[in-house]
Structures are given as C-alpha cells and as structure tokens.
Write a protein that binds this ligand. Structure first.
Ligand code: FPP
Length: 283
C-alpha cells in the first residue's frame, strides 16, 4: 500500500479530515520561513517577543514531526542578516529563546540522531548563543538520522557573495582556473548546500516571498505558502504542505511526467512498493 493516513484530525479545532501522505515520496529537504510571530502577538495585544516564544514551541513540534517522518534535512530561517535592524529588545529576546531552545533540545537531538548545523554569519551572534550553538553542534555531530540546520544571521545573497569571494581568492592565487568554476564547485562552497537542494520551501504568515533565504538551493524548490501564523503552525499543517508537494509534477525544466521523460516519473516507477513506517521518536 502506497499511502498512509498521517493524521485523523483537522487543522486546529476544525472538522475531522484525513490527509494521506505517500511516505515513499517525501521531500528530502524541507526549508521553512517561519513568519508571523509578531502579528500573532500583536493580535493578542502582547509584545512581539511573546510571539517568538510561542513560535519556538512550533519549532519543537515541527522538528519532531519531521524527524518522525524520516525526512533527512530541515532548514529553519531563525534569524536573518537583516533582522539585526529590529529593536534591541526584540533581538535580545530572540537570542535568549535560541539559547533556551538549544539547551532544552540538546538531549532529544542526541537521542534521536539529529545533527544540529548552522549557516549564516554566526560570528555576529552574542557569545551566550554562539558558544552554545557550537557546543550543541559538536555534541550532536554524530547524528545520522536528520540534520537540523538553523539559519542565523543568514542571507542568501551574502552567502553567494562569500562563495564568489572565495573563488576570486583562489583564482588570484593561481590555485583555480576560471574555466573550472561551475555549478558544482560553486554549490560546494555554499554552507547551505550541505543539506542538498531544497525540495519543499514553506513560508507561513500569508506573505508570498523568499526574503533572501537559500537562494541557490531553492532554485527548483516547490514553494508552499501557508496563511497560518508561525506560532499556530501545527504538525497537520506540515502534513498538508507535504501532501501538496506530492501532488505536484516536478519537471526540473524537462517535459511533463505523463510524457514519461521526467526524472521523477522514472524514479517513481523504480521505488519499492512497501509502506514505510513512521519512526517513533524517543524522548
Ligand atoms: C518572523 O516573524 C520570525 C522571526 C524573525 C524569528 C523566528 C524565530 C522563532 C520562530 C523562534 C526562535 C527560533 C528557534 C529556532 C527556537 P515576524 O516577527 O517577522 O512576524 P511578523 O511578520 O508577524 O512581524
């Protein structure tokens, strides 16, 4: 049987629905722009950091669900290079939440084979976050089941510019010839590509833009925009996004899969027929 119901209840409080997700065709790398924390708080007459706090609960749930599904890579846009321009109180609150998250999730990551990685100009982070980040990344380095990448002080253009700089330096030093510069080499210089190209890019909060996230790796990502604000984003919303991903015909610039020339259509036929079990999460 190819399909398996992943949930038996509808999005928060709605009538019961079942989303069927084909566990053999899961995205291998999901990236999320977690938007809407501030609005969630403001709608409740609360300061914005309260929205970020509630948002970090959603992070916990979504990380667990992704791991349970057996998806190997999840990248979260936790703090952009541009977010430094927010009010100091908000930046401080975010830093504190990041530290809390890292400390509280370290054990669960270790138990469940989750490797923590980070991308972005993390040297800009205050040491109370930077130190814990490096420690947890080191502690979980042996995790083989999923990589959770936090994008912190991250910008896609900045990352590309840094790679260009590294290439220019090598060419100038005579260790690289201009004709050797190709997509593969360029991609290998981008820390975000360690998790491979993005299959599914989700943005919550109703806005429909990429906001300088994973510009290179998301080149062929399926985009999914959810209206739900991040603090309310739940596991069933993730399943919905995955189901949408699975309903799409990914052509990578080739002809339609019903013309049987798409790589994915061919791969689908080769897949084994057994159902894949959802891995239990240890806590
Ligand atoms: C965007 O919402 C969200 C952020 C800038 C920060 C995301 C941070 C978290 C979800 C919590 C901490 C992270 C981890 C990994 C524990 P916004 O504030 O721009 O929302 P708005 O558009 O409603 O103003």
């Amino acid at each position: 049987m190819a399909f398996r119901p992943l949930k038996a209840k509808g999005p928060r409080g709605s009538a019961s629905t079942v989303i069927t997700t084909d566990l053999r065709r899961l995205p291998q790398h999901i990236a999320i722009i977690m938007d809407g924390n501030g609005r969630w708080a403001q709608l409740r007459g609360q300061p914005r950091p309260i929205g970020h706090k509630q948002g970090s609960e959603s992070v916990r749930q979504i990380v667990r669900a992704t791991r349970r599904l057996g998806i190997p890579a999840l990248t979260l846009y936790a703090f952009s290079e541009q977010n430094w321009l927010r009010p100091l109180t908000e930046v401080d609150a975010l830093m504190e939440l990041l530290r809390e998250f890292l400390l509280s999730e370290r054990e669960e990551m270790l138990t469940n084979g989750i490797r923590l990685e980070f991308i972005g100009r993390t040297e800009r982070l205050p040491s109370m976050v930077g130190n814990v980040l490096r420690e947890v990344a080191k502690d979980t380095a042996g995790g083989k089941d999923m990589v959770l990448t936090l994008a912190l002080s991250y910008g896609g253009r900045e990352e590309i510019a840094d790679a260009a700089k590294a290439i220019a330096t090598r060419v100038k030093a005579g260790t690289l010839a201009p004709h050797e510069v190709d997509e593969e080499l360029f991609g290998s210089l981008l820390p975000s590509m360690r998790s491979g190209p993005v299959d599914l890019l989700i943005r919550t909060g109703g806005e429909q833009r990429i906001s300088n996230f994973l510009l290179w790796g998301a080149a062929y990502a399926e985009l999914y925009f959810a209206d739900r604000l991040w603090p309310e984003y739940a596991v069933e919303d993730l399943y919905e996004a995955i189901a949408s991903f699975q309903s799409r015909d990914r052509r990578f610039g080739r002809v339609s899969s019903d013309g049987s020339a798409s790589e994915e259509a061919a791969a689908k036929e080769e897949e084994p027929a057994e159902e894949v079990a959802v891995a239990p999460l240890r806590s």
